[in-house]
Design a protein around this ligand. Structure first.
Ligand code: HSE
Length: 451
């Protein structure tokens, strides 16, 4: 039965890159050969694996050693489907463009490239009549791009909030469960292989920002590039911030937030924009994202008709990422067999990408203040003058000896949570608070997400 369904000339698959993900893709292509052929309707034949260096022992892979080549440029000219898992901008971009020019559909796991050059790659795919799929570029094994691009194409997506970086989630989870500081938690993550020797791309939020750009582009039918994403990493998150979150029954997460905002413009007309940002935020432990532990990823989507949706799973690793890559390979190969194409770029809405200052956020602010008459009024005035509405205030008195103050002067610890306001107004409020004589220290400032 399988033989019958899968008859016909094989579709040629070229693999660019044979690292952790590429090795899993190669292995699964070979080991699942018969099932993949049955699902596609024609066999998939691995015709070459481009690697940077020749001569490395790859006897662990069940592939013919003659398939390895260092000539990626030649390999892409003789394939029906090119799988790009080398990452980075070049040579990946030139190879993908050449593959398309030679008639191959492309499956990529390259978030940096899609975030930087997605529109140009979509244009090349349209020009040459081929597919461009990249499910593995965001949140590894989790099916999230095709659900947004296809399953939710009839709905209006309002908000996408993702934990899309496993390394930072692992670090923040350890800070939460052990009370460790950032540096100690990163060291532990490195020792266990969760964090790279140079963790910059993860801890500074670059990886998550590229993924946020891809998610926002698809969710809002609007071009958003990586450099339009507001980005703050987790290097400044302190044990005190994490403790402050615990006291609110919240947890600190690095969130990629893509949000459509509809407001009324100065002319009274409705106006929409998208806010795309990556930053640490407190989120209630009871929120579905609050329970995402270790290095797991999750994406929470809110759409008008569908309501709230949650996608959860492994965001990295060879086999999990290869699962997403092979799903795309099967999809584009099916198009080759049955005709037609997957969706191209949809940027018709062309919404403006808002500056971070315009994004509506909520803040949690902890302050050490002098315990004197009128201090609370001064603090409240700083909020009022910036048009920021306070949701809750909690005050705790710390007596002078506990506070380490000479003379036993008492002071108060204030925790203020705001209603949502433009981020610029909230930032200005924090600046104004820090300048008050009666404010001894602003001990923690963190954005808050989730209700
Ligand atoms: N470095 C990423 C992470 C995986 O920690 O989730 C690849 O995007």
């Amino acid at each position: 039965m399988q033989q019958e369904q899968a008859s016909g000339a094989p579709l040629r698959v070229a693999l660019l890159g044979c690292g952790v993900v590429g090795s899993s893709v190669a292995r699964m292509l070979v080991e699942h050969r018969d099932d993949l052929a049955a699902r596609v309707g024609r066999p998939l034949e691995l015709v070459g694996i481009a690697v940077r260096r020749a001569g490395r022992d790859r006897s662990d892979l069940p592939v013919d050693p003659s398939l390895f080549t260092t000539d990626a440029a030649e390999l892409v000219t003789r394939a029906d489907v090119v799988v790009e898992v080398i990452g980075g901008i070049e040579p990946a971009r030139s190879l993908i463009e050449s593959a398309m020019k030679h008639g191959a559909s492309v499956v990529s796991a390259n978030k940096a490239l899609l975030a930087e050059a997605g529109p140009a790659l979509y244009a090349a795919a349209a020009e040459h009549g081929v597919d461009l799929y990249y499910e593995a570029a965001v949140a590894g094994a989790i099916p999230i791009l095709r659900p947004i691009r296809e399953s939710l194409a009839g709905d209006e997506v309002r908000k996408v909030i993702g934990i899309v970086n496993g390394t930072t989630n692992y670090v923040l989870d350890k800070m939460d469960t052990t009370g460790q500081g950032f540096a100690e938690a990163v060291e532990q993550a490195q020792a266990l292989g969760y964090a790279e020797a140079d963790p910059t791309a993860d801890v500074e939020g670059f990886d998550a920002a590229a993924k946020a750009a891809i998610l926002a582009s698809l969710a809002f039918h609007t071009r958003v590039s990586g450099d339009q994403v507001y980005r703050e990493g987790i290097t400044e998150v302190s044990a005190a911030d994490v403790q402050a979150a615990r006291e609110m029954d919240c947890v600190v997460k690095l969130l990629a937030i893509c949000e459509r905002t509809d407001t009324t413009g100065p002319d009274g007309q409705p106006t929409a924009g998208v806010s795309v940002r990556v930053h640490p935020a407190m989120i209630p432990r009871s929120h579905p994202l609050g329970g995402v532990r270790d290095a797991f990823n999750a994406v929470f989507v809110e759409a008008d008709a569908a309501g709230q949706l949650m996608f959860y799973g492994k965001g990295a690793g060879g086999d999990p990422t290869a699962s997403a890559v092979l799903g795309d390979v099967v999809a584009v190969a099916r198009h080759r067999v049955g005709g037609g194409h997957g969706p191209g770029e949809s940027a018709y809405a062309d919404l403006p990408v808002l500056a971070m200052g315009q994004a509506l956020t909520r803040y949690h602010i902890s302050l050490d203040v002098a315990d004197r008459p009128g201090v609370l009024a001064q603090v409240a005035t700083a909020f009022a003058q910036n048009h920021v509405s306070i949701e809750t205030v909690r005050q705790q008195i710390v007596d002078g000896d506990d506070a380490g103050d000479a003379g036993g002067a008492t002071r108060a610890h204030l925790v203020v949570v705001t209603h949502s306001a433009p981020d610029a107004a909230l930032a200005a409020t924090v600046e104004a608070l820090a300048e008050l004589d009666t404010v001894r220290e602003v001990t923690s400032v963190m954005r808050v997400e989730g209700d």
